[in-house]
Design a protein around this ligand. Sequence first.
Ligand code: PLP
Length: 369
Amino acid sequence: MNLKSTPVVRPSMPPYEEYIHEIKDIWSSRWLTHSGPKHQALEEKLCEYLDVDNISLFANGHLALELAIDALGLSGEIITTPFTFASTTQAILRNRLTPVFCDINEDDYTIDVSKIEALITEKTSAIMPVHVYGNVCDVDGIARIAQKYNLKVIYDAAHAFGVKIKDRAVGNFGDMSMFSFHATKVFHTVEGGGLTYSNSKYSPVLARLRQFGMVGQESVPTVGTNAKMTEIHAAMGLCNLRHINEEIAKRGRVMDRYRELLSGVKGLTLCNPQKNITPNYSYFPVLFNKKEFGLNRDEVAALLEKNNILARKYFYPLTNDFEAYKGMFELQKTPVAKRIADNVLTLPLYADLTVEDVDGICKIILHHG
Ligand SMILES: *Cc1c(COP(=O)(O)O)cnc(C)c1O
């Protein structure tokens, strides 16, 4: 079997002609950024698709997260998890706040709600859980704790575009949810991000923060940054959104094939689908147990790489293990996250990956002897 180089993710692209058509009027209007018509249309379409009351768009998901913390006026400590992308933890630190790391569940890798209360101090102002791999957190349990201790909740929903909990869209929980529209995510605007929220009072606050804290041209009541989404990026979003259901369905077929071939294999742990959830098939993580399977995670990754298949140790290292934070956090406080991070490999998954590609990848993994 001769596989061409297979990346771990590959951006979805709309038909070229469709994109060219979409950006055509920008050449005559010369409205390139600053909440132009594409930006407004995308906001409207995303509110519909994500089934939320409000959305604000940004240059990327990370800045959206930084500005969510700012808009909610958080201070002191924020309870979060280390089993995530660098962005979640860095958004807290760049706001000069302190992340307090809570461990994760064994089965879905989201925050272990039974361990949150013990971490709350008088300095805690919020919880920032992650719907990691598109798995949803225990939103009811988190809401109960937030209400009891008067804490804000910001969900890092970067992986959860289009996910539903029973019939409720995932962007409707907590005070705000952040979606990333980075090129490698299920839905993308090349670079981009959005915040969804039910309280519309945040809309002008966020608009100000993403435009240097300015209101109009002469009033600057707060310190902000530049985090605006351009018209060129919004146009990519408008195109991609037209194909999103099809893209998600194709991802689903890839994931079904992986499950068919890999479930029940001794020494492999797959992440089981959650109950009552409409998934978006964003990632396919597998845990490898060397004693039972014969190879550890690093060996499987190396074997795949030898065959030009790039799986990713996503998420490794844990964010509380980054050299940038040396000595700041105690890894032994999040033992489950540590064990998952040491054994997990995310296999290639994107809409255009074929069943034959999946068969080839699984064959290499399973016939390693
Ligand atoms: C991608 C991602 C982000 C950041 O999004 P960008 O749009 O790339 O800035 C934040 N959190 C998680 C979990 C992510 O995967």
